[in-house]
Design a protein around this ligand. Structure first.
Ligand SMILES: C[S@@+](CC[C@H](N)C(=O)[O-])C[C@H]1O[C@@H](n2cnc3c(N)ncnc32)[C@H](O)[C@@H]1O
Length: 355
């Protein structure tokens, strides 16, 4: 019999997942509450929410969200936030009843927050979620913390990527998809088996192929649990969400910003000198970015910024490479390269080659 997830203490991989979720939510709330022009409502969906705590009282995703909302909405700097709707769903009714009791016993939230509880299957709640997320005046965040892989099968993925102002985060048991390739119980089918350590990256590649929108952001974070490599997958049409998630990933993994283990087998840091050796991920990124600039495939700061995000690398890493290229006399200048410069202010500068 499978163990009940919440009757055991959350293990370290689960805590990693929850830290990334919390970091993302805390940065997402201020952005969407204050910056989204024309957004009249915010909807936050936790479609596999659980009862709120593990058996030791450690908070899970729904209570993390409630705490983050309370902190943000009670800040004196928070001005005129829009209406906030929270939807909690879990197929197990006892978990929803327990969660309701937890939320009711916690300090109350401001009146602009409403919470709806459902106890139904994902396939039943998803169409209702889709109706809300399809609106052009509504910003949504959807958390899909499934135990397997089927909640991101093609029909769901394509819809998630079609919603106008929706960011989503899904847990995917990627090693399961790899192990049971072509098994009929697995509705999310990988394009190829790939390497063991790359199981979650292969899931991300498959999702990109299914969504088939080159401008859409899919950012994976691999989470090793025993001999399995599962992970979180973030999706958004807008660079701000991708940047927030990527920053959270780099805070978690200083080596590659991508995993809770040494995903590219970087040299072990056994001496102080070796700390100077940059990660393989950043080396690869530097080579690619240099190549694209020198071949004029990337010719301005917006393209360089988007390229960094698509590879799960921070804009500051890309800027650093521009500075080095300038010092080497390869380009004329290293213009600002950040969300606020290239997207918010539309300050897109050419990257001029010195020939
Ligand atoms: C990994 S746990 C979620 C943990 C939760 N995010 C937390 O932090 O505590 C997955 C949850 O999904 C629920 N569940 C499993 N299959 C489901 C389905 N098809 N539809 C809705 N809920 C489901 C389970 O009862 C379980 O509570």
């Amino acid at each position: 019999m499978t163990k009940e997830f919440h009757s055991e203490p959350f293990d370290e991989p689960t805590l990693t997942k929850l830290r990334l979720y919390e970091a993302y939510i805390k940065s997402w709330l201020p952005v969407f509450m204050t910056n989204s022009v024309g957004v009249s409502e915010i909807w936050l969906f936790d479609l596999f929410c659980g009862p709120g705590k593990d058996c030791n009282g450690v908070k899970g995703s729904p209570l993390i969200l409630i705490d983050a909302l309370r902190v943000y909405l009670n800040r004196s700097s928070t001005k005129n936030p829009p209406q906030v709707h929270v939807v909690f769903n879990d197929k197990k009714n006892w978990k929803i009843e327990q969660l309701k009791a937890e939320v009711e016993s916690a300090p109350t939230l401001p009146q602009i927050v409403s919470i709806d509880y459902y106890s139904t299957q994902y396939e039943t709640i998803f169409p209702m979620t889709a109706t809300v997320a399809s609106r052009r005046d509504t910003a949504c965040f959807i958390f899909i913390d499934q135990c397997g892989v089927n909640a991101i099968e093609d029909c769901y993925l394509k819809q998630l990527a079609s919603f106008p102002i929706t960011d989503w985060l899904a847990f995917v048991a990627s090693s399961q998809a790899r192990r049971f390739l072509k098994h009929k119980s697995i509705k999310f089918q990988l394009q190829e088996r790939g390497e063991w350590r790359d199981a979650h990256r292969t899931v991300a590649d498959t999702c990109r192929a299914i969504i088939a929108k080159p401008e859409y952001y899919i950012v994976p974070f691999s989470i090793k649990k025993g001999c399995n490599v599962h992970g979180l997958l973030f999706g958004a049409g807008h660079p701000k969400g991708a940047e927030i998630f990527i920053n959270a990933c780099w805070a978690e993994d200083k080596n590659a910003g991508e995993a809770n283990f040494d995903i590219d087998g970087t040299i072990k840091n056994s001496s102080k000198m070796l700390k100077l050796i940059p990660s393989k991920k950043l080396d690869a990124f530097e080579n690619e970015l240099r190549h694209k600039i020198l071949k004029e495939k990337i010719s301005n700061t917006l393209e360089a910024y988007q390229f960094a995000l698509r590879l799960g690398v921070k804009a500051s890493h890309a800027r650093q490479i521009l500075k080095i290229m300038k010092t080497e006399g390869l380009i004329a200048s290293a213009p600002p390269l950040s969300y606020s410069s290239v997207v918010s202010q539309g300050n897109i500068n050419p990257i001029i080659l010195r020939k």
